[in-house]
Design a binder for this molecule. Structure first.
Ligand code: IPE
Ligand code: IPE
Ligand code: MG
Ligand code: MG
Ligand code: MG
Length: 297
């Protein structure tokens, strides 16, 4: 058993390192700094996008696509697009008018390292870039439409709106669950489902992967909220204690630390359960589910 765990751990460690290197290389290529007055915009995008982060979403695209023998370079392109949306969401999330944070991925946030106007433009530009990256003639319209849905008012942006309201309104558990599913779950779910779309998996075959994606997406945000309470700022690379300071309703504020942890365990077990019909080809997805629970950053 221990030996098996070590094998899947090394599979995960290698996959994380490979994805990080590939995403850095691709961002470096698409974000070459022009020798004109737009230079600071590109420098700000590079500051946010290159050399940091867990790259969980591209990792999920690649791990899911691998189930259907999709070419890795095609999967990486979609992963790059999702990561561009994610980085844009982080830049805007950190702005003074939102969470007002100074530290992200162990570095000053973009509005701190540059200024607010540049941070807004860098976020806007990464948002647009995501769709430019995706929209090549060989990509299916579904991949583009679903990324729009997962990032807009029916997804991440809508969840961020609810999250702002959570500072002044009292939300019950179903509402918090929906908030988390939109704010964080939608983009994570997209990453997994993109693998199935790339693999031309028909609709009915996607239900199990959808279940996996929904469960790890929710678990991921509960762990983010737990790290805000119990994490170490130097390790997580961002400020901690912010949610309580702002009086923000989260799973942890509602359930308490222990019940929130139990919920994460339940969700991760359930996520792995959805993969029961797959063999060793889904080991990476299983390892990612455990990583979501055990991560300290
Ligand atoms: C942080 O996301 C914001 C959330 C959606 C919870 P990550 O924890 O994936 O951040 P990085 O990409 O590793 O920096
Ligand atoms: C942010 O949630 C989620 C998105 C960026 C969509 P948080 O505000 O909890 O993320 P962190 O803790 O700042 O990374
Ligand atoms: Mg926030
Ligand atoms: Mg934040
Ligand atoms: Mg947080």
């Amino acid at each position: 058993m221990a030996e098996l765990a070590t094998i899947t751990d090394s599979l995960l460690v290698r996959a994380i390192a490979d994805t990080a290197a590939d995403i850095d290389r691709l961002f470096d290529r698409v974000l070459a700094v022009p020798g004109d007055p737009r230079a600071r915009l590109y420098q700000a995008m590079r500051h946010a996008a290159i050399g940091g982060g867990k790259r969980l979403r591209p990792l999920l695209v690649c791990a899911a696509a691998q189930l259907f023998n999709v070419d890795r370079q095609r999967a990486l392109r979609v992963g790059l697009a999702v990561e561009a949306i994610h980085v844009y969401s982080l830049i805007h999330d950190d702005l003074p008018c939102m969470d007002d944070d100074d530290l992200r991925r162990g570095r000053p946030t973009v509005h701190r390292a540059f200024d607010e106007a540049v941070a807004i433009l860098a976020g806007d530009s990464l948002h647009a870039l995501a769709f430019e990256i995706l929209a090549d003639p060989f990509v299916r319209v579904e991949l583009i439409a679903e990324l729009g849905r997962a990032s807009g008012p029916a997804g991440m942006a809508g969840g961020q709106m609810m999250d702002l309201e959570a500072e002044s309104m009292t939300f019950d558990l179903p509402t918090i669950t929906r908030l988390q599913q939109l704010k964080t779950g939608a983009l994570i779910a997209y990453a997994v489902e993109a693998g199935a779309m790339l693999g031309h998996l028909p609709g009915e075959g996607r239900a199990r992967l959808k279940g996996y994606a929904r469960d790890i997406g929710l678990a991921f945000q509960i762990v983010d909220d737990l790290l805000d309470v119990e994490g170490n700022s130097a390790t997580v690379g961002k400020a901690v204690g912010k949610d309580a300071e702002r009086g923000k309703a989260t799973f942890v504020s509602l359930l308490g630390v222990e019940r929130a942890k139990a919920q994460v365990e339940l969700l991760v077990d359930q996520a792995i359960g959805h993969l029961a019909s797959y063999g060793t080809e889904a080991d990476l997805l299983r390892a990612i589910a455990r990583y979501v629970m055990e991560r300290d950053r």
